[in-house]
Write a protein that binds this ligand. Sequence first.
Ligand SMILES: *[C@@H]1O[C@H](CO)[C@@H](O)[C@H](O)[C@H]1NC(C)=O
Ligand SMILES: *[C@@H]1O[C@H](CO)[C@@H](O)[C@H](O)[C@H]1NC(C)=O
Ligand SMILES: *[C@@H]1O[C@H](CO)[C@@H](O)[C@H](O)[C@H]1NC(C)=O
Ligand SMILES: *[C@@H]1O[C@H](CO)[C@@H](O)[C@H](O)[C@H]1NC(C)=O
Ligand SMILES: *[C@@H]1O[C@H](CO)[C@@H](O)[C@H](O)[C@H]1NC(C)=O
Length: 733
Amino acid sequence: MWATKLLLVTLLIIVVESKGKKRNTLHDYRKTADTTLTKHNKALEVKTKFFNTTENCAKRCSRNKGLSFTCKAFAFDKREKRCYWFSFNSMSAYVRKKYNTTFDLYEKKDYIRDCIHGKGSNYKGTRNVTKRGLACQSWTSMIPHEHSFLPSSYRGKDLNENYCRNPRGEEGGPWCFTKSPAVRHEACDIPFCSEVECVACNGEHYRGPMDYTESGKECQRWDLQRPHRHKFRPERYPNKGLNDNYCRNPDGKARPWCYTLDPESTWEFCAIRPCAHRIVNDTEITKDCIKGQGEGYRGTISTTYNGIQCQRWDSQFPHQHNFTPEHYKCKNLSENYCRNPDGSESPWCFTTDPNTRIGHCSQIPKCEASNLQECYYGNGDTYKGTLSITRYRLHCARWDKNIDDLKRHNSFFIFLSFFLLICILCFMYLRHTFKEPNISIIEKNYCRNPDNDVHGPWCYTDNPLVPWDYCAISRCEGDTTPLMGNLDSPITCASTKQVRVVNGYPAQMRNGWMASLRYRNEHKCGGALIKENWVLTAKQCFLSGDIDLKDYEVWLGVHNIYSKTEKHKQVINISQVVHGPKGSHLVLLKLSRSAVLNANVSQIKLPYYGCKIPEKTMCTIYGWGHTGTNNYDGQLHQGNLFIVGNEKCNQLHKGKITVNESEICAMGETSVIGPCERDYGGPLVCEENRTDLMQGVIIPGRGCAIPNRPVIFVRVAFYAKWIHKIVLTYKTP
Ligand SMILES: *[C@@H]1O[C@H](CO)[C@@H](O)[C@H](O)[C@H]1NC(C)=O
Ligand SMILES: *[C@@H]1O[C@H](CO)[C@@H](O)[C@H](O)[C@H]1NC(C)=O
Ligand SMILES: *[C@@H]1O[C@H](CO)[C@@H](O)[C@H](O)[C@H]1NC(C)=O
Ligand SMILES: *[C@@H]1O[C@H](CO)[C@@H](O)[C@H](O)[C@H]1NC(C)=O
Ligand SMILES: *[C@@H]1O[C@H](CO)[C@@H](O)[C@H](O)[C@H]1NC(C)=O
């Protein structure tokens, strides 16, 4: 069965290869980002020229046009737009790879891979023994076997040294004459690319070299958008192995797949050898704690972090879903245990609460903490380690490349404090919160915290979409010193300077900042406009691992989300989702264009970092969900809640929950008021000095509105500096 399939692939590949005329030549190359080659032998040749695209460099390399040597690889200087064509590749003698972010290296696959498609007539690897282990005879030698396969008569077939080749494209694959007088020639048994690495489970971890689909179509490079436009851009999915055009499974399909070069057929599965034993890497399996993102967690915890019972995976009630045990055979979706079948950030489950679809089980401890894993204390400004990778696995860029940004970022705050000098309190606040960056601690591309970021060490990246991010390192276990508590004097949350008011309130609609986050044209979550092109909302609204931003939009200036006559409505797409610091439950949505601010659409003010809200302050929540006992009528509802101090909040939760400094509690006075599903992401708004401030973000809690249980919100004042830093630095589209 398997053999016939491979044979079929062989035949089809030939057909498809012969008609692909407009094919992008880059498909013949393996890319290594931020790398070039250095040679230590004068005989090795290099030619260079200004050329504006990698595609043009590749074309010339493939055709050998204007080159006095056979081009095996090229490096592209991204800054100067210059190609460097090489007569060698990273496997050649006297050649080294060199990390340099100015360059991307592209090497012709035929020369570097150790596997074949079809009959292997393009194979140009360095295998030099036959299947029985006999040494190959050099193609230029006539001893012991005389023959007519001279390199000069097989141009382009690379009959070099004594490497196995198939110059005539015959059955049996690459072969060679042998050095043994008794055996004239023999095949070399070079494996098919579909067989060198097997697929276990759903193939999420497959990183093998197969780059043709099961019907023989060549795969499209993940980093190109032609012939098919798609969302799996490698920079967006850094953990999914989306290199070149190899078959991968970034989205939990049944098997690895790829987009094809056939404009008529968007994507197809690939035929790759399944592993004999359906094993998951045993070293990843844990029972009592979570390693990495907990994909190997096989313990029996079955409640979410906030205590909601999980739904059974084999049940479709109360929530319908595709994560059935049959679809995910290796994921052990048994009973109602917390699992991570889809590469989410931690194990999760559907919950038995009909109003809460998914809950994360982040209460399961991390294994790393006890494993002498690196960690930091406080805000990590004393961290001196050599970690250089962000939490979403992007490589850190060197600080010296970004030193201007770091200084500029700081001078903004100096500028700000100049204007706020009028207000002594604000000045003290700024002096405490925005110290000058400590440039003496930055080193190479190591994670550091030169600007006293409350949320730990971070670094710049080379990804234009992600100017900087926090590093893959956690606070040391047991380090619970408050991060906000060290301000000398309690400070107010809003400027004491009066804002111009009409009838006691700012001259605008009181909820003009309220945003409806829409998923496939249905209201999914609330949110708040904090800047003309940024909305703050809850991470919960973007739970599934792979999100397609095309499915989402933001509505502003609406009251009734069902009404067709909302004449002030602004509909805006989302261009980027920026995840909040670890544990924040927050995301910032960058809008694809700025909202038009007017009487119906406005920005809400944020509180100062670290400010304290007095207990009993009356605040308001807003949402289009089931607020209180009202029916779901599409109207924006609001409810009043008063602030409960964290200690009191813990008491009222009877010790089941410990609220920390990144959280804030509030509860209804008389009736049962509290947020519910579809309210998540919306704001808790409190007035101070006649200014509305967004003090909290609604996140899923234990059920909806339970009497005498304060609702827990994300404390915006704890994340205020993060929000400012993102808005200031994430400027590229
Ligand atoms: C690259 O250069 C060629 C000619 O030198 C020009 O026609 C082409 O538009 C340029 N492409 C880009 C992407 O700049
Ligand atoms: C990277 O290459 C460029 C261009 O050749 C060079 O100017 C730069 O110094 C190199 N950087 C490093 C870190 O070697
Ligand atoms: C095969 O090539 C390797 C290096 O690529 C070399 O060390 C070895 O001697 C070669 N073997 C034969 C039989 O030529
Ligand atoms: C299993 O995982 C460990 C560490 O993550 C890795 O070193 C090892 O190569 C993996 N083994 C297999 C068979 O994938
Ligand atoms: C799944 O995990 C549970 C709990 O660890 C274990 O009892 C069960 O045997 C596992 N099932 C399979 C098929 O591995």
